[in-house]
Design a protein around this ligand. Structure first.
Ligand SMILES: [Zn+2]
Length: 102
Protein backbone atom coordinates (compact mmCIF):
# COMPACT_ATOMS: atom_id res chain seq x y z
CA UNK A 1 0.00 0.00 0.00
CA UNK A 2 1.67 3.16 -1.16
CA UNK A 3 1.09 6.47 0.56
CA UNK A 4 -0.34 7.93 -2.59
CA UNK A 5 -2.93 5.20 -2.94
CA UNK A 6 -3.78 5.54 0.71
CA UNK A 7 -4.36 9.27 0.26
CA UNK A 8 -6.59 8.63 -2.74
CA UNK A 9 -8.51 6.05 -0.78
CA UNK A 10 -9.08 8.48 2.04
CA UNK A 11 -10.29 11.08 -0.41
CA UNK A 12 -12.66 8.59 -2.00
CA UNK A 13 -14.05 7.63 1.37
CA UNK A 14 -14.83 11.26 2.12
CA UNK A 15 -16.60 11.56 -1.23
CA UNK A 16 -18.58 8.41 -0.57
CA UNK A 17 -19.66 9.83 2.75
CA UNK A 18 -21.12 12.83 0.96
CA UNK A 19 -22.71 11.20 -2.06
CA UNK A 20 -23.75 7.72 -0.97
CA UNK A 21 -26.00 6.59 1.82
CA UNK A 22 -24.18 4.86 4.62
CA UNK A 23 -23.97 1.10 5.02
CA UNK A 24 -24.32 0.28 1.36
CA UNK A 25 -21.01 -1.48 0.96
CA UNK A 26 -20.23 -3.55 3.98
CA UNK A 27 -18.15 -2.43 6.89
CA UNK A 28 -17.24 1.18 6.38
CA UNK A 29 -13.79 2.40 7.18
CA UNK A 30 -14.00 6.02 8.22
CA UNK A 31 -11.02 7.46 10.01
CA UNK A 32 -10.43 4.20 11.79
CA UNK A 33 -14.09 3.82 12.83
CA UNK A 34 -16.00 0.72 11.89
CA UNK A 35 -19.72 0.25 12.23
CA UNK A 36 -21.51 -3.08 12.19
CA UNK A 37 -23.51 -3.56 9.04
CA UNK A 38 -26.16 -5.59 10.79
CA UNK A 39 -26.97 -3.58 13.91
CA UNK A 40 -25.17 -0.27 13.54
CA UNK A 41 -23.14 -0.56 16.70
CA UNK A 42 -19.50 0.31 16.59
CA UNK A 43 -16.95 -2.42 16.21
CA UNK A 44 -14.12 -2.47 18.66
CA UNK A 45 -10.80 -4.13 18.43
CA UNK A 46 -9.82 -6.93 20.69
CA UNK A 47 -7.04 -9.42 20.62
CA UNK A 48 -6.27 -12.93 21.67
CA UNK A 49 -2.95 -14.56 22.19
CA UNK A 50 -2.15 -17.95 20.79
CA UNK A 51 0.97 -19.92 21.51
CA UNK A 52 2.67 -18.46 18.48
CA UNK A 53 1.38 -14.97 17.98
CA UNK A 54 -1.27 -12.43 18.84
CA UNK A 55 -4.39 -12.11 16.73
CA UNK A 56 -6.49 -9.00 16.50
CA UNK A 57 -10.23 -9.08 15.99
CA UNK A 58 -13.02 -6.62 15.45
CA UNK A 59 -16.04 -7.36 17.59
CA UNK A 60 -19.47 -5.79 17.35
CA UNK A 61 -20.69 -4.08 20.52
CA UNK A 62 -24.19 -5.41 19.79
CA UNK A 63 -22.99 -8.99 19.85
CA UNK A 64 -21.88 -8.75 23.45
CA UNK A 65 -24.84 -10.22 25.33
CA UNK A 66 -23.49 -9.43 28.74
CA UNK A 67 -23.72 -5.73 28.02
CA UNK A 68 -27.47 -5.91 27.45
CA UNK A 69 -30.45 -7.06 29.49
CA UNK A 70 -32.10 -8.79 26.56
CA UNK A 71 -28.98 -10.47 25.28
CA UNK A 72 -27.10 -9.81 22.09
CA UNK A 73 -28.86 -7.75 19.44
CA UNK A 74 -26.51 -8.86 16.74
CA UNK A 75 -25.33 -12.20 15.43
CA UNK A 76 -22.22 -11.00 13.67
CA UNK A 77 -19.18 -12.98 14.64
CA UNK A 78 -15.92 -11.33 15.49
CA UNK A 79 -13.84 -10.93 12.38
CA UNK A 80 -10.11 -11.14 12.17
CA UNK A 81 -8.53 -7.77 11.64
CA UNK A 82 -6.23 -8.90 8.87
CA UNK A 83 -9.13 -10.44 6.93
CA UNK A 84 -11.34 -7.41 7.37
CA UNK A 85 -8.63 -4.94 6.50
CA UNK A 86 -7.88 -6.93 3.37
CA UNK A 87 -11.56 -6.95 2.44
CA UNK A 88 -11.86 -3.21 2.95
CA UNK A 89 -8.78 -2.43 0.93
CA UNK A 90 -10.05 -4.63 -1.87
CA UNK A 91 -13.28 -2.65 -1.87
CA UNK A 92 -11.44 0.66 -1.89
CA UNK A 93 -9.15 -0.41 -4.68
CA UNK A 94 -12.10 -1.71 -6.68
CA UNK A 95 -13.82 1.67 -6.29
CA UNK A 96 -10.71 3.54 -7.31
CA UNK A 97 -10.20 1.41 -10.37
CA UNK A 98 -13.77 1.64 -11.63
CA UNK A 99 -14.20 4.91 -13.53
CA UNK A 100 -17.98 4.58 -13.46
CA UNK A 101 -17.99 4.68 -9.70
CA UNK A 102 -15.37 7.34 -9.12
ZN1 LIG B 1 -23.59 -5.84 15.11
Amino acid sequence: MSEELFARAQEQLVKNKHYAPRRTMGPTLLQGMLVCQQCGYALYRCSTRTSKHQLHYYRCLGSDGYRRLKGPVCTNRPVRQDYLDQFIWNEIIRLLEDPALV
